[in-house]
Design a protein around this ligand. Structure first.
Ligand SMILES: O=C(O)c1ccc(O)c(O)c1
Ligand SMILES: [Mg+2]
Length: 627
């Protein structure tokens, strides 16, 4: 299956776009005319450059306002088409996209448009070219692929076909099933884009908010299933107009695009197997069963402080690595590794960020399948030398240089037995059972990349975006979770460096984990146990508890206990949620303790502004520990 992407989808100049597109693994490129005109090279030189980079020039676009014009304007439109055909021949591109007219003088009329396209088809055929007609969702007379198809059908010309674009069909709410009745060989090209479900003017939505399939809310998979069912055998190409992408890194956007297309076609293969014999099978999105471990890079005094904090949270040192300066701290099913090595990935992470979470281990249905799928989606494998007697654990690079280890369900216990010399647990635990969620902080621009990373590799779904108010700016937050809640990630995107999340980022380099939430089955008992160990919870404003008693039906006695232990509360139609936080450590990381009751599947988002304000109060009071 040939894959493509329009130059308009990516930032940079034409040269940077070509490099990024080639590197990401696409077969070809759609030349957006503006990108080409802005370049100083001749069409022949640009064509040569693209082919030298290993890409095909799949499509030249857009040719606007062509069909249905009154006589004088019609002649001019044909002259314009001749000039663009010249350019295409020099470029070495044989297919032109004609988008439906928005010209104020366009007359309309299905047969008039069909006649124009048939005549253009003759002109194209005389030069060995073809034209594909696309209905823009805001076209003046033609804004529905069904009408565009009727025009192409009546044009009845071998060099005239249809271009389908998922945005134009899905944004208008047109049922993609209607594509199944179009003959596949009359579909000359397919463009894909997703978009978030927001009510707005179609043109504005399309030109600024499109995103990669899987990043938005449109039914792109259903659209593509219908296309493939027609027998379509041409390229599948991304055409993404997006303000953020225009300012992003060309390579990151191109890699995201490739990841999104491969994952989409794999979904389609799974749901429409009859139509997809040409696409090689991939392991299905992998089930994540739990967080196997979380590894900190920490050294010196900060390491001691972190050990003290973990001890106050009821963790105990349970093992020492057989050959490395790594200790294992455990409670229930939660394992923290504290890595003080002076070489390797953890040491590099420590050099760059100071104390930081440098690695996470996920317990998955199959580590091998995860690596195969990740690499097919464009992820880099990760490995470093293993010490004597150590077990090799499959690993991949996440985004931005992060590392993720993958442990198959059955192999989990072996790792700890083989790699660590056990130590006895001296004191009882404090009721923490497992990792509830991991919170990644990132700049807002990285959020789509990360949500795509998690949802394409793993069997995880994204929840709607939530706005969280920081006293100094807005944080956009989105949860990604496995269907049974066995693994949960929250992505927090900061737009301003003045926000708590933003200042955390300014201190480090790109996305990283800012906090880890640990689950208990009895938050009040856990709070007591931690207090006895010297743990200090993040203090909250008394006003918070007054407001809680106004909003919820809480027993006064329960409210008093929550106030005393700084426990926040939320509830929805599914259940209840209790949470408290540690004070910040190592700069601005912190721990959270949560108890879910009933089917509550959220993260206490209504409480986030009060947690942020409390953290900022501490920050301002210069009360932050100096670890
Ligand atoms: O926004 C536009 O004008 C435009 C142009 C060409 C396309 O293929 C398209 O989908 C939109
Ligand atoms: Mg299009």
């Amino acid at each position: 299956m040939k894959t493509g992407i329009a130059t308009v989808s990516i930032s940079g100049n034409l040269e940077e776009k070509i490099e990024a597109i080639a590197e990401a693994g696409f077969t070809g490129i759609e030349i957006f005319e503006q990108d080409f005109i802005a370049d100083i090279r001749s069409p022949a030189a640009v064509g040569r450059r693209i082919r030298e980079s290993g890409l095909e020039v799949m499509l030249f676009q857009p040719f606007r306002d062509f069909e249905g014009l009154p006589t004088a304007l019609r002649a001019k439109a044909f002259e314009r088409a001749r000039r663009k055909f010249d350019v295409m021949q020099e470029l070495g591109c044989e297919l032109m996209l004609i988008c439906s007219s928005v010209h104020p003088e366009a007359l309309g009329g299905i047969d008039r448009a069909a006649g124009d396209l048939a005549e253009l088809g003759d002109l194209a055929a005389s030069r060995g070219l073809r034209v594909g007609y696309e209905a823009l969702a805001w076209g003046r007379h033609v804004n529905d692929h069904r009408d565009a198809w009727e025009i192409v059908r009546r044009a009845d010309h071998p060099n005239v076909g249809l271009v389908l674009d998922s945005f134009h069909t899905l944004a208008r709410g047109i049922d993609p099933e209607t594509i199944r009745r179009i003959p596949g060989d009359k579909i000359f090209f397919v463009q894909l884009a997703d978009a978030p479900a927001i009510e707005m003017d179609l043109l504005y939505w399309s030109r600024h908010f499109r995103n990669m399939p899987g990043e938005g809310d449109l039914r792109v998979t259903d659209f593509m299933r219908a296309v493939m069912a027609t027998g379509y055998a041409g390229p599948v190409s991304l055409e993404i107009f997006n303000d953020q992408f225009r300012g992003g890194s060309p390579k990151t956007i191109a890699r995201d695009g490739y990841r999104s297309l491969i994952a989409l076609m794999d979904d389609v293969r799974r749901q429409e197997p009859e139509a997809m014999s040409g696409v090689p099978p991939l392991p299905a999105p992998v089930s994540v069963h739990d967080t196997a471990f979380i590894e900190f890079a920490a050294q010196g005094a900060a390491l001691t402080a972190l050990e003290d904090l973990l001890a106050s949270l009821g963790f105990q040192r349970r093992g020492r690595h057989v050959s490395k300066a790594v200790t294992l701290w455990q409670q229930g099913n939660i394992r923290f590794l504290l890595n003080a090595e002076t070489t390797g990935h953890a040491a590099n992470a420590w050099t760059v960020r100071g104390t930081t979470i440098c690695d996470i281990g996920l317990s998955v249905a199959s580590a091998e399948d995860t690596v195969i799928r990740a690499e097919a989606l464009g992820a880099q494998p990760f490995s470093q030398p293993i010490g004597p007697g150590e077990m090799p654990i499959p690993a991949i690079r996440g985004l931005g240089g992060s590392v993720m280890h993958l442990i198959s369900e059955g192999a989990l216990s072996d790792v700890w037995d083989v790699d660590f010399l056990p130590e006895d647990a001296a004191t009882p635990e404090a009721g923490l059972t497992r990792v509830d969620h991991i919170a990644q902080t990132m700049s807002y621009d990285e959020m789509l990349s990360w949500s795509l990373f998690w949802t394409t590799l793993f069997d995880m779904q994204k929840a709607p975006m939530v706005d969280v108010v920081d006293p100094d700016g807005l944080i956009r937050s989105r949860a990604i979770a496995a269907p049974d809640g066995a693994a949960r990630i929250t992505l927090n995107g900061a737009e301003s460096h003045k926000t708590l999340a933003g200042s955390f980022l300014a201190d480090g380099l790109g996305a990283t984990i800012q906090h880890v939430a640990l689950a208990t089955n009895d938050i009040f008992a856990t709070a007591e146990a931690l207090k006895a160990r010297g743990f200090e919870a993040l203090p909250l404003s008394p006003n918070y508890f007054d407001d809680l008693s106004a909003r919820f039906d809480l027993q006064p006695e329960q409210l008093d206990r929550m106030r005393a232990a700084s426990i926040l509360y939320d509830a929805d139609e599914h259940g209840e949620f209790f949470q408290f936080y540690s004070k910040p450590f190592a700069g601005q990381m912190f721990f959270e303790v949560v108890e879910r009751r009933g089917g509550y599947a959220g993260y206490g988002a209504p409480n986030a502004p009060f947690r942020i304000a409390a953290l900022k109060r501490l920050q301002r009071a210069k009360d932050m520990p100096t670890v």
